[in-house]
Design a protein around this ligand. Structure first.
Ligand code: GUN
Ligand code: FE
Length: 424
C-alpha cells in the first residue's frame, strides 16, 4: 500500500476538489480517497507517502486518437491531408515493417505519453501487426491501459503498406486473440479510412466486430473536402461518407470516428442514432487546414464527442495543448469552453466515450490509480501569471492555456509514479 498526497480534483461529473487530499493505493487501484487530515491518523506508521502538496492531482489524461508510427512525421511542412499522407506519412510508416523500429517507436511513444500525463490512448499502429505487438508488449510491461489496432489498408497506398482483405482479417483476428482483454490491453479494429479499404476489407472489418463483441472500431471520417469527394466516388452506392461505414456495420457505441468536421445533418443523425463517438482533433485540424469542428452542433444533435491529439498531423502530445486548441476553435465559433469542462472532457469524458468510466478517468475508490500531477507554476510565465490567480477555475485555465509537458510534475500508472527524472 502507498499514499499520494496533493490537491485532488476529479469530476462526478461536477468538479470535486480536496485542497489537501490523500489517495491510498493498493494493487494498482484506489482503495481510499479523502482529506489527508482524516485519512493520515489511521495509516500504518511505515506507509510511504508521496507528497505533492501544492500541486494538483487529476485522473490521468486520455487521448482518443493518435498514431504510433507518426512520431517522426509530426511537424512536416506545408501539405493538406491527402498530400501529407503521400509525401510524408506513408514513407515513415513503412519503416515499421522492422520490429526493431516498432519496439523503439513504442518505447518512445509511451515515454512521451506519460511525460505529458496521458495514461490511456487509443492508437493506430502501422499496417504491420508487429507495430501493435510492440505497443501492447511495452504497455503491458508498464501496467498501462492502451487500446490499439493494426491499420487495415488494401488500396490507395504504396505496395509496401498494403495488406489484403484476407490478411488484414487474419492478422487483426490473431492480435485480438492474443491481446484483447489481456492485462489492460484492448483491441480496436482499424480500417484507416474508406479511401484505403476496398469494400471487401470494410466487410472483413465488420465481420471482426461482429465476431468479437467488446472490441472497438476506429477510423477517420469527414476530415477534408478532397478526402470526402474521393470517398464518395469510391463508394457511389453509399448515401454519404458515414453511410459507407454504416453499410458495413462499422458504426456503434464502440466506434471512434476521427475528425467529423463536415458532416451533413443525415450523417449526424446516423452517428447519434448509433451512439458512435466523434473524436475531435483540433491541433491536427488547424495544422492540416482541415476545418473547424462544430462541437456545439454535434452535442446539440446528441452525438457523443471525444478529444484526441492525432499526432503526427496533430502538433502536440499534450492533452492540455489539445484542449487549449479546442477552446480557440470554440472562440472562432463564437462560443467558449470553460476550464472545468475541458478538464472533465480529457479525463472522465473520454473515459465514458470508451465505456470505461468505471475503470479510469476519475479519482474514486475502485478505479485504477492512473493519475497526473500538475504544477500550475511550472514555467516563469505561468508562475508570474499565477500571482494574480484567485480561483481553482482560473488556475485550471492558466494550466490549459500555458501548460504542456513542463506542467506535468509526475504521472502515475497503477500507482507507480514517474517524473522527468525517472521513477519516483
Ligand atoms: N486519414 C487517414 N489517415 C490519416 C492519418 O494518418 N492522419 C490523419 N489526420 N488523417 C488520416
Ligand atoms: Fe488520425
Amino acid at each position: 500500500m502507498k499514499a499520494i498526497r496533493g490537491r485532488l480534483l476529479t469530476y462526478r461529473p461536477a468538479p470535486v476538489h480536496e485542497e489537501d487530499g490523500l489517495i491510498l493505493v493498493s494493487g494498482g487501484k484506489i482503495t481510499a480517497v479523502g482529506p489527508a487530515s482524516e485519512l493520515i491518523p489511521d495509516l500504518p506508521s511505515d506507509i510511504q507517502i508521496e507528497d505533492h502538496s501544492g500541486k494538483l492531482i487529476l485522473p490521468g489524461f486520455i487521448d482518443l486518437h493518435i498514431h504510433l508510427p507518426q512520431t517522426r512525421v509530426i511537424a512536416s511542412y506545408g501539405a493538406q491531408l491527402m498530400e501529407w499522407l503521400e509525401r510524408y506519412t506513408f514513407a515513415e510508416e513503412a519503416r515499421y515493417a522492422d520490429p526493431a523500429v516498432a519496439e523503439d517507436g513504442a518505447q518512445f511513444f509511451l515515454d512521451e505519453l506519460f511525460r505529458n500525463g496521458t495514461t490511456t490512448a487509443v492508437v493506430y499502429g502501422s499496417v504491420h501487426p508487429q507495430s501493435v505487438e510492440a505497443l501492447f508488449t511495452e504497455s503491458a510491461k508498464r501496467g498501462a491501459a492502451m487500446i490499439a489496432g493494426k491499420v487495415m489498408m488494401d488500396r490507395g497506398a504504396p505496395d509496401a503498406l498494403r495488406d489484403t482483405a484476407r490478411s488484414s482479417y487474419d492478422h487483426s483476428k490473431a492480435l485480438i486473440k492474443r491481446w484483447h482483454g489481456r492485462d489492460r490491453q484492448r483491441y480496436a479494429v482499424t480500417p484507416r479510412f474508406a479511401i484505403t479499404s476496398t469494400p471487401a476489407q470494410l466487410e472483413a472489418a465488420g465481420t471482426l466486430l461482429a465476431e468479437h463483441p467488446g472490441v472497438y472500431l476506429q477510423t477517420h471520417l469527414s476530415e477534408n473536402q478532397a478526402e470526402i469527394d474521393l470517398a464518395r466516388s469510391l463508394f457511389p452506392g453509399a448515401e454519404d461518407y458515414a453511410g459507407i461505414y454504416e453499410s458495413f456495420g462499422l458504426l456503434g457505441s464502440r466506434s471512434l470516428l476521427g475528425h467529423c468536421l463536415h458532416l451533413s445533418p443525415r450523417e449526424q443523425e446516423r452517428l447519434a442514432e448509433t451512439r458512435s463517438v466523434a473524436v475531435l482533433c483540433p491541433t491536427s485540424n488547424l495544422f492540416l487546414g482541415s476545418g473547424l469542428a462544430d462541437r456545439g452542433a454535434l452535442n446539440a444533435n446528441g452525438i457523443r464527442t471525444g478529444l484526441g491529439t492525432d499526432v503526427g498531423a496533430g502538433t502536440s502530445y499534450s492533452m492540455l495543448r489539445t484542449a487549449a486548441e479546442a477552446y480557440k476553435v470554440e472562440q472562432l465559433r463564437g462560443r467558449s469552453l470553460p476550464a472545468h469542462d475541458a478538464f472533465r472532457w480529457i479525463t472522465r469524458g473520454n473515459a465514458e466515450a470508451l465505456g470505461l468510466g468505471d475503470e479510469i478517468g476519475s479519482i474514486e475508490v475502485g478505479r485504477y490509480a492512473d493519475l497526473v500531477v500538475l504544477d500550475s507554476s511550472a514555467t516563469p510565465a505561468m508562475a508570474h501569471r499565477m500571482e494574480r490567480c484567485e480561483s481553482l477555475e482560473e488556475e485550471l485555465f492558466v494550466l490549459l492555456t500555458l501548460g504542456d509537458d513542463r506542467a506535468v510534475a509526475a504521472t502515475y500508472v497503477q500507482g507507480v509514479g514517474r517524473n522527468s527524472h525517472g521513477s519516483l
